[in-house]
Design a protein around this ligand. Structure first.
Ligand SMILES: [Cu+2]
Length: 429
């Protein structure tokens, strides 16, 4: 993104931030609802009950869209489905109840020995030999089916419909499955170098919505998925700026998962471990996702560690993360600020040019995208600092810019913010 565009994004984001945080959040959400990061559904027996049902989501431009989704049977409709967190090698049971007007199902790519009602999971055909589903289904209206499998290699995976996939996936039947290494809940995979800081785990389930398809399904009209054109692009079922609202924001009842990443800079003694972000693409096209201001280290792809046959570390730093349809990437993310907070520790002598200084534009203060803070200029006398405690906000978004819109209106869509607090943290957080 060119510099002017960056500034435009930042300016618009400033407006979004002013609207959504922190005053409104504080006013409307209780302390318990201020949660950030991955919210896992867990169970000691690794047994989950999901109900496929319909509901509505809100978009930031005031639209309301009819969706289908998997909800926890005790909580009801949500988009995306619950993030199921399980342990590698153990048996997982998922009971699917179906209240939708047509048969549906769940496929579990990457898991082992998947069974449906005790039988091997396999494609289904009608009497004429045509494929009707990739896996056994739950009947329309009141059917159910029980899937079991052995949780596969540690990493993140999609679970999604295997029935009339073009339509049902667009309608919202998908969720994230996070498989943890046995005995190492704070590692991405079995490698010790995939450890992440406790509580600093984020799911970015990327998807898209063509509202015309959803309107047709709601009205029981024919759907032409080949003519589909998506208009909304989402992280965890929300579009920017709703992505910044906390988990379980009361004004987004069917969209419980936020996407604000909130970290502190790397420090060898006080904050040595990175955060982890699980990227999953439940849509139909590539999502070239990138954060500003820092690379991310890709350690897993499609639930498998990036390593050689002898265990060589094949992870890599990447700025633009191309997440393909159906693909997952697990990354480690930290943010380094060696000059400001660890002076003298940078092994490469660096002359910091003035352009890396903090930028002062109108009434806003913005960081210039460099990994070095540079000089912190005094705030002009005619303005007050508008962040809370000296924290920085970096944009992270799909670089396919039509995906960073709400029905064409820039900026929005598949976009969020990475918040980096000062090393001492923020007293108010
Ligand atoms: Cu960008």
């Amino acid at each position: 993104m060119r510099r002017l565009t960056v500034q435009r994004v930042l300016a618009l984001t400033a407006a979004a931030l002013l609207v959504t945080t922190p005053a409104l959040v504080r006013a409307q959400a209780s302390a318990a609802e201020m949660s950030e990061g991955a919210l896992c559904d867990t169970d000691p027996n690794q047994t989950f009950s999901l109900t496929a049902s319909d509901g509505y989501i809100s978009t930031p431009d005031g639209n309301s869209i009819y969706m289908w989704g998997y909800g926890n049977s005790k909580r009801g409709f949500q988009l995306p489905g619950p993030t199921l967190c399980v342990e590698s090698g153990r048996t997982v049971t998922v009971i699917l109840h179906n209240t939708l007007p047509e048969a549906t199902s769940i496929v579990f790519p990457g898991q082992q020995g998947v069974k449906a009602n005790g039988n091997p999971a396999q494609p289904q055909f009608d009497a004429g030999g045509s494929l009707t589903s990739l896996v056994q289904t739950a009947d329309a209206t009141d059917g159910s089916v029980t899937y079991t499998f052995t949780a596969g290699s540690p990493g993140s995976y999609l679970y999604e419909t295997g029935t009339d996939v073009d339509k049902q996936l667009q309608m919202g039947l998908y969720g994230a499955l996070v498989v943890r290494p046995a005995g190492h809940a704070n590692q991405v995979n079995d490698r010790a170098d995939s450890a992440f800081a406790g509580g600093k785990e984020y799911v970015f389930l990327l998807s898209e919505v063509d509202p015309d398809v959803h309107l047709a399904v709601e009205r029981h009209q024919p759907v032409d998925v080949n003519a589909s054109k998506s208009r909304y692009f989402m992280i965890n079922g929300r579009s920017m700026p709703d992505t910044l609202a906390p988990n379980n924001a009361p004004w987004l009842p069917g969209q419980p998962y936020g996407a604000l990443v909130h970290i502190k800079p790397y420090d060898a003694t006080t904050n040595p471990l990175p955060a982890t972000i699980h990227y999953l693409n439940a849509g139909s096209v590539n999502y070239p996702f990138h954060p500003h201001g820092s690379d991310e280290r890709v350690v897993n792809r499609d639930g498998h560690p990036l390593q050689g046959p002898a265990g060589q570390d094949l992870s890599y730093q990447k700025y633009d993360l191309d997440v393909g349809p159906g693909q997952t990437l697990d990354v480690l993310m930290d943010w380094r600020d060696v000059e400001q907070w660890n002076p003298g520790t940078n092994p490469i002598p660096t002359q910091i040019p003035a352009i890396t200084d903090q930028l002062l534009v109108g009434s806003d203060t913005w960081f210039s995208e460099s990994g070095y803070l540079g000089t912190r200029n005094p705030v002009p006398s005619n303005m007050a600092q508008n962040n809370e405690c000296g924290e920085y906000y970096h944009i992270a978004h799909s670089h396919a810019l039509e995906q960073a819109t709400n029905y064409g209106a820039a900026f929005g869509g598949m976009m969020t913010v990475f918040r980096i607090d000062p090393p001492a943290g923020c007293a108010s957080q």
